[in-house]
Write a protein that binds this ligand. Structure first.
Ligand code: SAM
Ligand code: SF4
Length: 350
């Protein structure tokens, strides 16, 4: 930004200049923030939550205004990509108010992308509005195209509603990427079909290896399907071509020659993706997690509420980023049946 000639260096530092960008101890610039806007959900996916999940008291949640202020502080510190997630972000009451107010950062150019990850159940209702606020791309989680299996995996979900959400999203002009968790003995026979279906509709597909987060009343070993196996099986049917496509995230992409579509693999257990990590996560109570796979966290709700000035918040964020770890080490094996972390994916938003 050009500064007026008579602006002194002192004023640049102390009067409204952009706060310092976020660089962690391993020289990684933090430019991507994922925000869990609620821990609640209208589904109970077997790998994510137990059926009788206990949610946070509503009083602990940040208000929409506080979420906006928190996100805006990160944008001021150089975050250029913001993903709303949950729980299910589209079940948070008033969520469009937040999307609407955050869209000002798209208009100003400070934010390059505002996006969300959703189970798609409410997408038919909100797709056009999201597009209107500048959301261009949405990730929809969908593990199967079989209505009975869908019900068994999500416990409470209806496949038809999600498919209608995807239709509405595409009709509104949203670019949709499908995320599917590979589950042993559940959808492993369907993955090749999911590739054909997603690519046939012009959607990228990313397959995710199940991660040991949160106690879910089921054995992780029963669910765990290594993506090395999925990939080997897909190679029998498709030609998977290595491509140079990186999003700065954990997915490794290939092009499927027969469909022309892109296929991603997220393998936190068999492949470590931490070297290029550019992201941090905040929960709906304002806790900042510097790594999805580690417990260390920083409370931002305190500094947020302590002052109308953003300075204490900036200081707390800076301090937390100095503690961003180099990486994580998830393990599921027969000796460690317990989750690697007690925290559920719905708390930090995946
Ligand atoms: N409710 C939204 C949804 O399902 O897309 C957003 C939140 S959900 C926690 C984000 C992603 O995490 C989903 O794609 C979901 O499949 C994935 N997920 C949840 N629990 C997981 C686990 N234990 N291992 C791997 N992926 C998981
Ligand atoms: Fe809800 Fe998403 Fe977790 Fe499924 S994966 S229970 S849709 S938060």
């Amino acid at each position: 930004m050009a500064l007026a000639d008579n602006t002194s260096a002192f004023e640049i530092d102390h009067a409204g200049a952009r706060p310092r960008p976020l660089i962690d101890p391993f020289a990684r610039a933090i430019t991507y923030l994922r925000v869990s806007v609620t821990d609640r959900c209208d589904f109970r996916c077997v790998y994510c939550m137990s059926e009788h999940m206990t949610f946070l008291p509503k009083a602990d949640l940040l208000s929409l205004e506080e979420l906006d202020r928190l996100c805006s502080a990160f944008v001021a510190k150089g975050v250029s990509k913001l993903r709303l997630t949950g729980g299910e972000p589209l079940v948070r009451r008033g969520i469009m108010t937040l999307v609407s107010s955050l869209s000002r950062h798209l208009e100003s150019g400070a934010l390059q992308e505002l996006t969300l990850t959703t189970n798609g159940s409410q997408l038919a209702k909100y797709a056009a509005e999201l597009k209107g606020y500048g959301v261009e791309r949405v990730n929809v989680s969908l593990d199967t195209l079989d209505p009975d299996k869908f019900r068994a995996i999500t416990r409470w979900g209806e496949l038809d509603k999600v498919l209608a959400g995807i239709d509405a999203g595409q009709a509104a002009g949203l670019k949709i990427k499908i995320n599917a968790v590979a589950l042993k003995g559940v959808n492993e026979d369907e993955i090749a079909g999911l590739v054909a279906w997603a690519h046939g509709r012009g959607m990228d597909l990313t397959i995710i290896e199940v991660m040991p987060l949160g106690d879910i009343e089921e054995s992780r070993l029963d669910q765990y399907l290594p993506l090395s196996l999925v990939r080997a099986r897909l190679s029998e049917r498709y030609t998977l071509e290595e491509i140079d496509y990186h999003t700065g995230g954990p997915a490794r992409y290939v092009r499927v020659r027969e469909t022309g579509g892109r296929l991603g693999f997220i393998t936190p257990l068999t492949h470590n993706f931490c070297e290029s990590c550019n992201r941090v996560r905040i929960t709906c109570t304002g806790t900042l997690f510097m790594c999805l796979g580690q417990e260390d966290a920083a409370d931002l709700r305190g500094p947020l509420r302590a002052s109308e000035s953003d300075e204490p918040l900036y200081a707390a964020i800076d301090d937390a980023i100095t503690r961003k770890p180099k990486g994580h080490d998830f393990v599921i094996d027969r000796r460690r049946q317990r989750p690697a972390l007690a925290r559920h994916m719905s708390v930090t938003g995946g």
